[in-house]
Structure formats: C-alpha cells, structure tokens
Design a protein around this ligand. Structure first.
Ligand code: FE
Ligand code: FE
Ligand code: ZN
Length: 290
C-alpha cells in the first residue's frame, strides 16, 4: 500500500489541513509552511500543531511531505539570497521539530552561473550547519528527515541527475559526520525525473535500478506523483494532470503499484482544484486496489 494526498494550503491552520485532506479522501499531504513564493511564515500556535499531530495519528495518516518555499535557494550566487534562504530553512526545520516523524522536502537549488561544483558545496555546508543549529536550538535530534527533490534540470537547477543528488548527500555527510546520513533522503518527482531524461514510461525498472545503484532505494522516502506536459528529457518542469500528459496513466499506475515503492507517501502536485484532487486520489486508490 501507499499513502496518497496532495498539496494543501496552510491558511486555515494545521489541524484544518488534516481535516481537509480527509474530506478529499487522502491520508497524507504536503504544505508550504510559508508562502510558496517566499516571505514570512504565519505565526503558528503550538496547540494547533499538537492538534494536527493527534489527528494524524488518530486517522492513520502516512508521513507528511512538507515543502520548502520555491524561493529558497541555498546555493544562490547572490550572498543575500543565500543567507535569506538559509534562514528560511532553519526557521522551517525549527518549527517542524513540533511536527515529528514527517518529511521536509526542498529543491536543492539553482547555481545561477556559479557551476554545479560550487553549488553542491554550498548546499552541503548549509545543510550540515543548519541541522546542527536546529538540534542545538531545540535541544533534540532532528525530528524530520530532510528530502532532496529530484529536479528536471531546468536552467541551472542542481539535482537533475541521481549522481548530483548523491554528491550533495555525500558532501553533507563529509562535513557534518556519518550521523547525518540517516537525516537525509530523496523525494522522487515523476514529472521531474521524466523531464530530466529518466524514461519511467518505457523503463521504470531500469530507472529504479539506476536509483538504487547510485543513491540506494532505502533513501527514496517519498514520491511526487505528477504527469508531465512535455517529452522525456525536455528539462521543462510543467506538471500535468494524471493521464493527460506525456507519461500517461498506465506508466503512473506502474509507479504507484511498483513493489519497490510501497509504504511511501505519494503527493499529487497536479494542476487541480479540490474536486480534481479528490478525483485523482480516487483514481490512485483504484489503481492500488486493482
Ligand atoms: Fe517540489
Ligand atoms: Fe515536486
Ligand atoms: Zn515541478
């Protein structure tokens, strides 16, 4: 079995997100702890977070996949953008210490002309540093595994190949120590890997084999389940509704039902309203039960 859900808005608070997801038929979800385009996060009441924690456990939810802001770029060429991004990451992780046993997913970043090498070092240094800071400030170990998202390789994006993701993890561990290995993982986005040139439609087993040999499937913690508006290798990153894009329903069904991908949270990031998400969740559940 898998856990299925979609992106929900935090605007009505934390507990409200859990109830909303239930109304759509899902049992996991993703949300941006702040405006997805950046900016300040809303003041959150501890009681509201605690109420969600209880709700998730009472209703057998799978792990949530909280998403870092799109504007967060910890390998930005501009120092102020980098510093601001680091602060967003620290602030998100610190807040999420109160929402334990979930995942925090983010885009590795765009190197904006600095090159992948420099960017990889910057990402690794920031990750290693921020994890330590969060643990010392909250006086407890990191409560949520941090997931690097596989990217489409659009523009100067870092993380467009499994090797690049692997390198970020290795350098972070090298800086911060072996203990960091279990605190990091990967979120595989079906649209992104497809756009990045991994043919999950005609060679899903080969792609998973490749992932396993480079990063290890133990580290594949969550899936973003999206169709793509473009062809494999297009490096465009335009999500499409399930079955309406170039990946297609059959291939996405094979992902959902793949024995090596069970028991993970699957998050829809398709262009949908509530009714559309509800229908897609139903479709995915019907695939699982077929
Ligand atoms: Fe993402
Ligand atoms: Fe994604
Ligand atoms: Zn995307």
């Amino acid at each position: 079995m898998i856990y299925i859900g979609n992106h929900v808005s935090v605007s009505k608070g934390y507990l409200a997100m859990g109830r909303h997801e239930t109304s759509l038929g899902g049992n996991t979800f993703a949300f941006f702890p702040r405006n997805p385009r950046g900016g300040k996060s809303k003041a959150v009441k501890d009681e509201d977070i605690a109420a969600l924690v209880e709700y998730l456990s009472d209703n057998d939810f799978g792990k949530l996949v909280v998403h870092g802001a799109y504007t967060m770029n910890i390998c930005a060429a501009k120092e102020d953008v980098r510093a601001n991004s680091r602060e967003m990451l620290r602030d998100d992780l610190l807040r999420l210490q109160k929402l334990p046993n979930n995942f925090y997913n983010f885009h590795p970043g765009c190197h904006v002309g600095q090159g992948t090498e420099t960017a990889t070092d910057q990402i690794a240094e920031t990750l290693a540093d921020v994890i330590l800071e969060v643990e010392s400030e909250s006086k407890m170990p990191l409560q949520n595994r941090i997931l690097l998202e596989t990217m489409a390789g659009k523009g100067s994006e870092v993380g467009g190949s499994f090797e690049e993701i692997k390198e970020i993890i290795e350098r972070t561990v090298k800086i911060g120590g072996e203990a960091l290995r279990g605190k990091l993982g990967v979120c595989l986005d079906t649209c992104h890997v497809w756009d990045g040139g991994y043919d999950i439609k005609n060679g899903l087993n080969d792609v998973l084999k490749k992932f396993d040999s480079v990063i290890g499937l133990d580290n594949l913690c969550a899936v973003h389940l999206n169709d793509s508006k473009n062809e494999c290798g297009s490096h465009k990153d335009r999500h499409e509704k399930l079955g309406l894009g170039c990946i297609g329903a059959e291939a996405l069904k094979a992902v959902v039902c793949h024995p090596l991908l069970q028991n993970r949270p699957f998050i829809l990031e398709t262009p949908n309203d509530n009714a559309g998400y509800k229908a897609e969740i139903e479709t995915v559940i019907s695939w699982m039960n077929a």
